[in-house]
Every structure is written in C-alpha cells, then in structure tokens.
Design a protein around this ligand. Structure first.
Ligand SMILES: *Cc1c(COP(=O)(O)O)cnc(C)c1O
Length: 403
C-alpha cells in the first residue's frame, strides 16, 4: 500500500468538504488579553481573540503568574514522575484539597487534562462495578464517550437534557444492576444547561450514580465559581463532579471531586492516572491560585456576563443571527462548513478578528457555526468592531446569494 498517498487523499477529502482544520499560529500577550500577534502567510499581524476557552483571562492573571513563577523557582520544572513513583509534590496535595473544598466533597483527584479525567474515571468506574450500565446524554463530550467505550460496558444514550427519556430507559433495567448517569452542565457548542436537579431526581429514584462534567462552568458560575451545581445548590447530589483547570481557571489539568472512597478507588485502579507523569508543580500552584482568586472574587464572572449581554445586543442590532441560550457561549449560526470557514478567514484577514469555525464532527453537519466567547477583557470597542465586521460580511453574503 502507498501509505503517504492514502493520508493525502483522506486530507483532500476533508478539504473538499470544508472540514480541513487550520490552526492559527498565535502569540498571546500576557497583560494584553484578548489581543495577540498572529504569524500568518503575510507576516505578523495583530488580532483580537474571540474564541478562547480561557474564559476569564485567568491565564494572564497576576496572582496566577506569581504563583507559577514562585513554584517554578522553588520546585523546578517537572514533577519528576508518576504520582506513585516520586511525582507527588505538596503542590498537588494542596490543589486536591482546594478542589475538594471548592465542590464541597470529601476528596479530589488530579489528572493531566479534563479529557483524561473523563476517560480514566468513567472507564474505571464502569468497568469495575460488576454488571454496570451507563446512561449517557446524547450530546456528551468525546472524552466521556471514549471512557465509556474503553469500559466496554453496555451504554444507553438518553435524549439530550431529557429527564423523562432517562426515566423511561432506567425503568427498563434490572433494579439490582449498578448504574451510572453521565451528563454535562453547560454544553459547550449550543451553550444550553442541563436540568441537573431533575436528572438527579430520576437517577436517585433508580439507585443510579451521577457523573457531571462541569468543564465549561467551573470558575464561571456559582457564588464561588464551583459551577452550575453550586449555583443551584446541588453539589451534594452529584456522585462525581468533573472539571478542568484549563478553561475558566486558565492553566491546564483535569480533576474529579467525589467521596474519599471513590477518589481513592480511581487513584488505585485507573491506568490513565497511575501510568502518567504528574502535572508540573508550577501548573498545580497556578491552578490553585486561580481557584482561590475566583472563590473570593465574583468581579470576573459579573463582568463576563455583562460582556456576553453586550455582544448579544450588538449582534441583534447588526442583524447577525445567534443562538439564544442561558450561558456565556454565543453561537453565530452559519449552517455550512465551507461558508463557515470562509467567514472565519474574512474576519481574520480583513478585520483582525479570530473566531475559529466550528464544523463537523464537533457539531452535526448543517449546524456549522462561529462560537464566540466574550471574556471580561473584551472592551466596548472590541465588541463594536466584532459586530460591525460581522454585519458587513452578512450584508455582502446576502447580496451575493441574491445575485
Ligand atoms: C474541553 C473539554 C473537556 C476536556 O478538558 P481538557 O482539560 O481541555 O482536556 C472535557 N469535557 C468537555 C465538555 C470539554 O469541552
């Protein structure tokens, strides 16, 4: 077989479908987020980033940077091993205590990313509970789905955010079997929010454990930034709360918060935890500083919501269609992969605005979109420029289609 020809042909297929992904080569500027320098085909240009998952700009927060500098100077660069083999540093222990406290749980366990925390925890719990069956929301993230697959247990998919459908599916099952209901709080593509209380009611009625991915909510919601479950007073009802240190907290890493026994069980049996080198201590220290700051300060959350409302109002005034939802995610719907890529390119080349196109397989075909994430750091001028640029592009494209 001609392997190289095969790879190239597959990539050409992606290009023809408008689904080939191109990275923007950026230098973000600490102290000047959301502004960055883009290294493009025509040299360096200045851009405003409108699609960052560093939702609150904690990746440049002075308290985070100071904690990371200090830890780097004290402990050096790497962790030195897996947690079992010399990699546990006091920074990890402190961060796990902080995370357990944040979510009102007995314990927490760190992983190298949110992806690994979902994959390792779901696969370990489901595979090791005898006869376990998983009930999974239809729109769960790839990392959860991979964990379920890895466990090789039976999985039933329930309709997205639909407690009645979950109840119907649970009613069919042997009451004696262990069950795990897995879902997210804020869904990152449509920005809708799960009915957590109702899903917990159904799970409780059938003796099922609950697993909540709060990746797009930690730092951003709740009086102390613990997420939607905290905001709704429901943290105690979830068996496992999973989160990331990479988005609202601005650094990198993932975790679960749960009972001491459950965390110890995953620590002891999950290959994705056991056999991978621990996060650098400086990363753990930076994440802890971000969490501590956001537990005390609601200013970033308030300002973000203010910016979100302002972006939505500006898009409405400019006649640019966006999906209504109760979160900080503003999806501008395009509905065609090639056009989505083209609008994103125009924004970047002509207006210095960076919004990555979101195409299949991240979202279903026909729902391609620009996913805008306003942060506390976007100014009124940034918002005005974004809305004006989108309005111009929309006007041009509707003329083209009419012609
Ligand atoms: C980004 C994401 C993850 C993975 O988190 P990382 O820390 O980036 O690996 C998990 N779940 C959801 C819903 C996500 O969007």
């Amino acid at each position: 077989m001609n392997y190289e020809a095969f790879f190239r042909a597959e990539l050409d297929g992606l290009r023809r479908a408008g689904n080939y992904r191109v990275f923007a080569d950026l230098r973000r500027h600490a102290g000047a987020f959301p502004h960055a320098t883009r290294l493009g085909p025509h040299g360096a240009t200045q851009v405003t980033v409108w699609c960052s998952n560093d939702y609150l700009g904690m990746g440049q927060h002075p308290a985070v940077l100071a904690a990371m500098h200090e830890a780097l100077d004290h402990y050096g660069a790497g962790a030195g091993g897996t947690r079992n083999i010399s990699g546990t540093s006091h920074a990890h222990v402190l961060l796990e205590q902080e995370l357990a406290d944040l979510h009102g749980k007995e314990a927490a366990l760190l992983f190298n990313s949110g992806y690994v925390s979902n994959w390792a925890t779901l696969s370990t719990l489901a595979a090791r509970l005898p006869g376990c069956i998983i009930l999974s929301d239809a729109l769960n993230h790839a990392s959860m789905i991979e964990g379920m697959r890895q466990s090789r247990v039976e999985t039933r998919v329930f309709a997205h955010n639909d407690p009645a459908d979950l109840a119907r599916r649970l009613a069919d099952l042997d009451p004696a079997r262990p069950k795990l209901v897995a879902f997210e709080s804020v869904y990152s593509m449509d920005g809708d929010i799960a009915p957590i209380a109702e899903l917990c009611d159904v799970a409780d009625a059938h003796g099922a454990m609950t697993y909540l991915d709060e990746v797009h909510a930690v730092g951003l919601y709740g009086p102390h930034g613990a997420g939607i479950a905290e905001r709704e007073g429901l943290s105690h009802r979830l068996t496992v709360i999973e989160g990331t240190l990479a988005k609202g907290f601005g650094v990198v890493g993932g975790y679960i918060a749960a009972s001491a026994a459950l965390c110890d069980f995953v620590r002891s049996f999950a290959s994705g935890f056991i056999f991978s080198t621990a996060l650098p201590p400086a990363v753990a220290a930076g994440a802890r500083a971000a969490i501590r700051h956001l537990r005390m300060s609601g200013a970033e959350r308030d300002r973000m919501q203010d910016r979100v409302a302002r972006v939505r109002a500006a898009l409405d005034a400019a006649g640019v269609p966006h999906l209504a939802n109760p979160s900080h995610i503003v999806p501008v719907m395009v509905g065609d992969a090639a056009r989505c890529r083209q609008i994103s390119d125009l924004l970047l080349e002509r207006y210095g605005i960076y919004v990555q196109p979101i195409n299949y397989p991240t979202v279903p075909r026909g729902t391609e979109r620009l996913r805008i994430t306003p942060s506390p750091l976007h100014s009124d001028a940034d918002i005005g420029h974004l809305a004006a640029a989108l309005a111009e592009i929309w006007a041009e494209q509707s003329q083209l289609r009419a012609a």
